[in-house]
Design a protein around this ligand. Sequence first.
Ligand code: ZN
Length: 256
Amino acid sequence: MDAQAIIATVRGWVSQAQRIVVLTGAGISTDSGIPDFRGPQGVWTRNPQAEKQSTLQNYLSDEAVRRAAWRGRLEHPAWSARPNAGHDALVALEQSGRLHALITQNIDELHQIAGNSPERLIEVHGTIRRVMCWQCQRRQPMTDVLERVRAGETDPRCQDCGGILKSDTISFGQALVPEVIERAFTVAGEADLLLAIGSTLQVQPVAGVVPTASRAGARVVILNAEPTACDNLADAVLRGPIGELLPAICSDVRLV
Ligand SMILES: [Zn+2]
């Protein structure tokens, strides 16, 4: 089958499905100006040292790592990023009543900004728009802490307890939140169609939602620019720009 025929087939599956579960990775946000990690121009492909430095252990034990991290957060591309046509297609999917859940590995909140409801979202790697204190677990908006960094604090501490602050994201070496990842696996087992979008499906355990959905009888469709670790499980694989492919496979539900 050529690409157009596969798109037409998948479009039919999308319009017939009742409980679509979507898993998104960095590839859906690259069109919004947020670089991915493992693609050809990815953050870690270009700078493998950055991956090592971003471990939780280094962050908690080394003030220099925290200072560098806060400088990086000030300039994070998420602050100016806007949702793109791929995000908008998933809002249309939700409005059509077919979206059971949206699992995301992204920390940019572009799905919420685009208009997906928070109740449908499962953020397995947390969000950069929030900060957590490692001592008292208090959470607060990132914008409040970035204000302090702009005002000159290089390693801002919790104003309640003096604890170390970190973005409320899952760093390397940090455990996932058990209830969140469990919920991702539960919804994957309830899907009749799973769309895996913009993820290389290499990061465990979240990539495990693909075989989980497949075993439960869901159709599996993979959209990614590069081959993924789960292509062998897919009923259809679409390779190309997500900002074009995703609106194309959702175009029928927009009309309903
Ligand atoms: Zn605290």
